[in-house]
Design a protein around this ligand. Structure first.
Ligand SMILES: [Zn+2]
Ligand SMILES: [Zn+2]
Length: 347
């Protein structure tokens, strides 16, 4: 199927218009005409080959929302005209223990990413900075028309990446939860933790974010450089979700956990970080991590957001402004996610 989008051809150059072919839709496939696609920081890491192994040409984008334009003969969940969304993965083996448990991101055969990867048949996959995408309905989500569609896009990565661990560790009324970092991931973690009824403490390096964090639902905001303020929370948090993707000292956050507390990493610093055994054995703490969420859980998250009026805070942009948007994402200069309006692709 013919597609048109924006692609990176090497790690250094700007993205440029790109015509390419997707697979012809099969009986279980949905064709989604893409309206909006979020810009995730991991798009930039992969475009610039900062994690290694990038495949070019690369059409990035894994926060995809749009309208169904065609459905295969065996599709049951969608009809033409429905809203639909595609996230970080488009397939997995479906038969391993983890897939069967609804934990598809942890598939033993490896999940098929939405872009910068290959299908099990060896075909290169392209993402959502494009006019359309073909996806198996089992990996495509329904979207409520109650929400602002552009602001739904980041839920497909930033949303589920924070929703899943908060659910897994049973954050709710009575929990005291820390959110580290207030960017694309952090602002969604904050909204969800607040919505689940937890007492939320936002940790940030920047004094300028205090008021914003409170507006988004933080009960308390701590500037991490303020040693006294940090100390005031020692041994008091049940759960901390760490959304920072730059290397940082984990021990200062471990020390804030109470008995049996967990620090969960969802950001992806490129280098290893050191942990002191003393920070772990004190209060029997756990250090963990979490990657997006399962397919059923992602649908549950989208349904929860529709029911509770939760979306991402976004700034709309256009394909011609991608270089500027990328620079601002790297600097953390966006509240809190860029979303590309794909009408800007033209034709
Ligand atoms: Zn992402
Ligand atoms: Zn599997």
């Amino acid at each position: 199927m013919k597609s048109h989008g924006y692609a990176a051809h090497d790690p250094k150059s700007a993205l440029v218009p790109f015509d390419f072919e997707r697979r012809e839709p099969g009986p279980k496939d949905v064709v989604v005409g893409i309206d909006f696609c979020g810009i995730c920081h991991s798009d930039i890491h992969q475009v610039r080959d900062e994690w290694g192994g990038s495949i070019y040409p690369m059409v990035p984008g894994h926060e995809i929302v749009g309208h169904v334009t065609a459905v295969g003969a065996e599709v049951t969940k969608f009809k033409v005209g429905d809203l639909a969304a595609v996230g970080v993965m488009v397939d997995s083996c479906r038969v391993c223990e983890n897939c069967k448990a609804g934990a598809e991101p942890y598939c033993f055969k490896g999940m098929v990413p939405t872009y910068n990867g290959k299908t099990f048949e060896g075909e290169i996959v392209f993402g959502g900075y494009a006019n359309n995408i073909v996806c198996d309905e089992a990996y495509t989500f329904t979207v409520s028309d109650k929400l602002d569609l552009a602001a739904v896009a980041p839920l497909l990565c930033a949303g589920i990446t924070t929703y899943s661990p908060l659910k897994h560790w049973k954050v709710g009324p009575g929990s005291k939860v820390g959110v580290v970092g207030l960017g694309g991931l952090g602002h969604m973690a904050l909204k969800f933790a607040h919505s689940f009824g937890a007492h939320v403490v936002q940790f940030t390096t920047s004094a300028g974010k205090v008021e914003d964090a409170k507006k988004l639902g933080a009960d308390e905001v701590v500037i991490t450089k303020d040693a006294e303020a940090m100390k005031a929370h020692a041994r008091s948090l049940d759960f901390i979700i760490d959304c920072v993707s730059a290397p940082h000292d984990l021990n200062v956050y471990l020390d804030l956990l109470r008995l049996n507390g967990t620090l969960c990493l969802v950001g992806l610093p490129e280098v290893p970080m050191e942990v002191s055994a003393f920070s772990m054995v004190t209060d029997r703490r756990s250090l963990s991590g979490s990657m997006i969420g399962g397919m059923a859980e992602t649908q549950e998250m989208l349904d929860y957001c529709a029911e509770h009026g939760i979306v991402s805070d976004i700034e709309l942009t256009t394909v011609d402004k991608l270089p500027e948007a990328y620079e601002r994402v790297v600097k953390g200069d966006v509240k809190y996610r860029f979303v590309i309006d794909l009408k800007s692709l033209g034709k």
